[in-house]
Design a protein around this ligand. Structure first.
Ligand code: NAD
Length: 253
């Protein structure tokens, strides 16, 4: 039993990739975990593999009633709620000229407004219940622009500053809630694999994505989960409003 003993965590996007790896690690570090995903079967399958510390519920992050249900399920199953990890996200290709309005709305609704909905609910609950921690998945795409990822970059840049605004508010009002953003580089998850597979020339696309990460660096979801678990645990109490890049050094130059 480790650094997250006694924590009760809701992980969105818990059915796949970084969310699934985070749920696994939080549970092995002593937390109780609710995996929430629009793909509830995937969330259930990860939860049952973790065992009795984990539960699963359906969550569509764009829908307020769905958030209300998922939070109720979390409180019922875990007996409280101290940690929110906002991992649910989508990646869509499009430049400023090729992004249709409905794609723009989809990406902003899931990645930015979905994160905002979760944060708003977490602050309302945690301020009355002894505080807590929020970890938001932004991206290196929230720090620098990529011509092909217009809506995604905008959503992740929004998550970066949403996070700082929440941290500032919670500090100013002494709510005992920390809020930080995580900025992964290219991590080997279904999100990236699917994006590459759907490209016109997947082989060339794979080369472009591989070229981002410095040679010899192996970037897996479990590596990002290690950072998230630390940020969710008490020894990181001084880290608040921070943007934490985890990319094997890709952004260093
Ligand atoms: N993989 C990377 O290289 C990378 C890099 C930087 C940031 N990120 C971010 O990390 C987070 C996790 O990404 P991942 O790579 O693990 O992706 P993934 O596709 O493997 O997992 C994302 C999960 O989110 C769920 N989801 C999507 N839309 C949802 C919605 N509307 N409501 C509820 N659940 C929804 C999916 O069902 C899926 O289980 C995302 O926010 C992503 O933008 C990923």
């Amino acid at each position: 039993m480790g650094r997250c003993k006694g924590k009760r965590a809701l992980v969105t996007g818990g059915g796949s990739g970084i969310g699934a790896a985070t749920a696994r690690l939080l549970a092995s570090d002593g937390a109780m975990v609710m995996l929430a995903d629009r793909d509830v079967d995937a969330a259930r399958s990860v939860a049952s593999e973790i065992g009795e510390a984990a539960h699963a519920t359906e969550l569509q992050v764009t829908d307020q009633a769905s958030w209300d249900n998922a939070i109720k399920a979390t409180l019922d199953a875990l007996g409280g709620w101290d940690v929110l990890v906002n991992c649910a996200g989508i990646l869509r290709r499009g430049t400023i000229e090729s992004t249709p309005l409905d794609m723009w709305h989809d990406v902003i609704n899931v990645n930015l407004t979905g994160t905002w909905r979760g944060c708003r609910a977490a602050v309302a609950h945690m301020r009355e219940n002894g505080g807590g921690g929020i970890v938001n998945l932004s991206s290196v795409s929230g720090l620098v622009g990529d011509s092909e990822l217009c809506a995604y970059d905008a959503s992740k840049g929004g998550v970066r500053l949403l996070t700082k605004s929440i941290a500032h508010y919670c500090t100013e009002n002494q709510l005992g809630i920390r809020c930080n953003s995580i900025h992964p580089g290219v991590i080997q998850t279904p999100m990236v694999h699917n994006y590459i597979a759907e490209a016109d020339d997947p082989e060339n696309e794979r080369k472009l994505w591989d070229a981002f990460t410095p040679e010899g660096v192996n970037a897996q979801a479990e590596d990002v989960a290690e950072l998230i678990a630390f940020i969710a645990s008490d020894p990181s109490h001084l880290i608040n409003g921070a943007e934490l890049v985890i990319d094997g050094g890709a952004m260093a130059s």
